[in-house]
Design a protein around this ligand. Structure first.
Ligand SMILES: [Zn+2]
Ligand SMILES: [Zn+2]
Length: 680
């Protein structure tokens, strides 16, 4: 194993210059010095804890003197310890530093040198002696989205990506899902930097909720920084220190040295990361594909990856989104050729295209085609306009000013003189294309002379709204062309052959599949094993998992970090509790019944009512009967005068319980019951 140690110990900084003091200068970037404000963002108010599942706490760990046997999951051990220690409940808050330092003695038992140092160093801060790198997973491994990983060595933390997830069907009314960042916020002073691989929402979307507490600089490509700045305009109290880095740039961040490597993806300015840590190189793929004929810029930097692989990679984290698809992804150039054919085939018609606004190179392609075919371009939808403005400002896309017309002016042009680029590729309500499909977009009526192109594919979970939109557009007579019909979209994610190429080039000693649902991560693991990796050198990460590694160690740490979903609800004022979510689900499934009654507490009598107002749980033919039964039950429940001496909340609880039982007996449903008691 010494051989390996040497291999990594002397690993030099990459080609670039490393200078700790002035990163902005070596990187041709800008380091904004902004005043730090202690105020919390207004958005923070709407954040609620949804799931938090720390599995180890201090008290449990102190009791533990056992070294965890190989192959036993920390879950099992935690459960055993909890069982043997039932008097102490697992605390919600975990001081992981303490846990980590205590754990280091466990780790160090395996290394006599370390043991000695701990004995000689009785200052209580064992953390410093922990010579393992920890990798912590806050998201991106329990499903698509919400990507966030942290690397920790000693007192230095490097965060990679800070994305959002999208609310599932079990979260009605929730706008955004962000990772639980409790641990990182508690250790905000240790966070030396945040590196963002690319500008997709599932990699940048949570930054406004992270930067309110964590003041470390953000490193990313120029386009990514520009798009993040654009996003932060909606959060004026959140300030960002940013460093724009070019491909090949090498930056020292705490004890880490990060090299940014160009990759192809469906947004420009995407990077993979080679992170030199004190124990070896960690390669993080970001999201990528290998496009040998990209529209703009370079192919994924395979040559550099090969060099890094030659020098030795300790651990690779590689994305898994399309690992189930054989072969290679389609080149972006094919999309251009297909679109060209569609323009040519529709010389008389109006063309409307929807795509991700952040896919600026594809949008560039569409604008070039419009120019070629003598059409003006109109943008419909706020995010389309603001993203393209940002991209144009930094020179990522180029077009003549007179090519663009305001969307209001489309009506002044013949159908075959315009191209409309609209938001709404995911079928979201209130986006431009959705409003057009519903005749709600001023000045634009969809008809038989429209060709609508979906240059996109639905994100998992959005298939239904997208299909509905396609149907609506077709019913209006429009011709609709989408992914399945023609090559109007190319995925930004690597398929099996491309993923295998990366494995071959980087030859990591250890491997963890990331960015995917569990089935994707599992398929990626199988691929790595087929390529000759040892099974024990692969760990499938879970949310909250901490993995520790050094040149000859790779295992799950016996503690987790708090992880799970936090929900952002734009409408709510103040805290939204999980009770609210439960109510929303219940309302949607079982309906509601409002009960109004006026009481005189002094006489212990119901003066008026109860009046029952049901919504959404009883059918017409049963409703009258049900309400009569309900009324009787409420009157019966309040027949004992003693109850009026109780607090009104107790009276309400009584009414709820009574009605709930009646309704459940008759309908097998449990509507939300809202008693309103007026006092006379
Ligand atoms: Zn992603
Ligand atoms: Zn992406």
């Amino acid at each position: 194993m010494n051989e390996n140690k040497d291999k990594f110990a002397g690993y030099p900084a990459f080609n670039g210059v490393v200078e700790e003091k002035k990163p902005a200068q070596i990187l041709n970037g800008t380091l904004d010095s902004t005043t730090e404000k202690q105020e919390t963002s207004p958005a923070k108010k709407h954040m609620v804890e949804y799931v938090q599942k720390p599995r180890f706490d201090k008290s449990i760990n102190q009791k533990s003197t056992n070294v965890r046997p190989q192959g036993v999951k920390s879950n099992d051990i935690a459960q055993k310890l909890i069982n043997s220690n039932t008097t102490k409940p697992v605390q919600q808050k975990t001081n992981l530093d303490t846990v980590a330092s205590q754990d280091s003695s466990v780790v160090n038992n395996e290394n006599p040198n370390m043991k000695k140092r701990i004995f000689n160093n009785n200052n209580g801060n064992r953390e410093k002696n922990n010579k393992n790198l920890q990798i912590m997973f806050f998201g991106g491994v329990d499903g698509i989205g919400k990507n966030m990983t942290a690397l920790k060595y000693g007192d230095d933390i490097l965060v990679v990506d800070c994305g959002v997830g999208f609310p599932g069907n079990d979260m009605p009314g929730v706008d955004l899902v962000i990772p639980d960042m409790t641990y990182l916020k508690q250790h905000a002073n240790q966070v030396k930097g945040i590196v963002i691989t690319h500008a997709h929402e599932d990699h940048i979307g949570s930054l406004p909720y992270f930067l309110d507490t964590v003041k470390a600089p953000v490193y990313a490509s120029r386009l990514t920084i520009a798009l993040v700045e654009n996003k932060l305009r909606e959060h004026p109290r959140v300030k960002m220190k940013s460093v724009a880095v070019n491909p090949h740039a090498v930056v020292r961040i705490g004890c880490f040295t990060v090299e940014f490597i160009n990759v192809n993806h469906s947004v420009a300015g995407s990077y993979a990361l080679a992170i030199t840590t004190p124990v070896g190189v960690v390669f993080h793929s970001g999201d990528f594909k290998i496009d040998f004929t990209p529209l703009v810029g370079e192919t994924t930097d395979l040559a550099r990856m090969g060099e890094i692989g030659q020098k030795g990679v300790l651990l690779m984290l590689c994305e898994s989104t399309n690992v189930e698809r054989p072969g290679s992804s389609m080149s972006e150039r094919i999309v251009g050729e297909t679109l060209d054919k569609l323009f040519e085939a529709n010389p008389k018609k109006r063309i409307i295209i929807t795509a991700f606004a952040s896919n600026v190179h594809r949008v560039q392609q569409m604008m070039d085609l419009a120019k070629h075919y003598g059409r003006k371009v109109a943008f419909a939808g706020r995010s389309m306009i603001s993203n393209l403005e940002v991209a144009m400002k930094i020179g990522e896309i180029r077009y003549d000013k007179d090519l663009i017309i305001d969307i209001d002016r489309v009506k002044n042009y013949a159908d075959n003189e315009v191209l409309i680029l609209a938001t709404g590729s995911q079928g979201q309500a209130s986006t431009a294309l959705s409003r057009m499909a519903n005749d709600e977009f001023p000045g634009i009526t969809i008809g038989a002379n429209d060709t609508v192109i979906f240059s996109s594919s639905p994100v998992p979970g959005n298939e239904k709204p997208v299909n509905e939109m396609i149907n609506d557009l077709m019913k209006k007579g429009a011709e609709v062309i989408y992914d399945e019909l023609a090559d109007v979209h190319a995925s930004g994610h690597a398929c099996q052959d491309e993923i295998a190429t990366i494995h071959k080039l980087l030859k990591p000693k250890y491997f963890m599949p990331i960015h995917g649902e569990y089935k994707h991560l599992k398929a990626h693991r199988a691929l790595a094993i087929r390529m000759g990796m040892k099974e024990q050198n692969i760990i499938i990460p879970e949310i909250g998992m901490v993995v520790e590694t050094n040149s000859n160690l790779f295992r799950r740490a016996p503690f987790d970090v708090p992880a799970g979903n936090r929900l952002i609800d734009g409408e709510s004022i103040g805290d939204m509790e999980s009770v609210v979510l439960k109510d929303r689900l219940q309302l949607a499934e079982d309906g509601v019944c409002i009960v109004v009654l006026t009481v005189n507490t002094a006489n212990a009598k119901i003066i008026k009512g109860p009046e029952l107002i049901p919504r959404g749980f009883a059918y017409n033919n049963e409703v009258n009967y049900l309400m009569e039964e309900g009324k009787k039950a409420v009157i019966d429940a309040l027949s004992n005068p003693a109850i009026f001496k109780e607090d009104s909340s107790i009276i309400k609880a009584n009414i709820r319980k009574t009605l709930s039982n009646v309704f459940y007996k008759k309908t097998k449903r449990r509507p939300v019951i809202v008693p309103v008691i007026l006092e006379n």
